[in-house]
Design a binder for this molecule. Structure first.
Ligand code: SF4
Ligand code: SF4
Length: 90
């Protein structure tokens, strides 16, 4: 599973940066087109949900998602590895 912030919903309030016990979120530095500094993710694979949600079949933390006032945080299924043909040119 992969942690994702919906940039169209996020308003940059940074509540998520305060509540995460693993400090996954950091205050964003760059403003997007809407003038919002979206939080940056610091090694999101450390998140309990990202690592273990699928294995345990349930949400294991989710404090950030519960706290976000704009429902901007969610988890997405990662695509399985898809092999590609590799063309080697000499
Ligand atoms: S709590 Fe939600 S709206 Fe606020 S910065 Fe985090 S993702 Fe964005
Ligand atoms: S689910 Fe918990 S550990 Fe994962 S990013 Fe959100 S607050 Fe942090």
């Amino acid at each position: 599973m992969k942690l994702a912030i919906d940039e169209t919903r996020c308003k940059g309030c940074n509540l998520c940066t305060k509540v995460c016990p693993y400090k996954i979120f950091r205050e964003g530095k760059r403003l997007n087109r809407k003038g919002v500094a979206i939080p940056e993710l610091d090694r999101p694979e450390r998140c309990a949900n990202c690592r273990l949600q699928k294995l345990y079949g349930r949400q294991l933390c989710g404090v950030c998602q519960l706290t976000c006032p704009d429902q901007a945080i969610h988890w997405i299924e990662e695509e399985p590895y898809e092999p590609h043909k590799v063309a080697i040119e000499y």
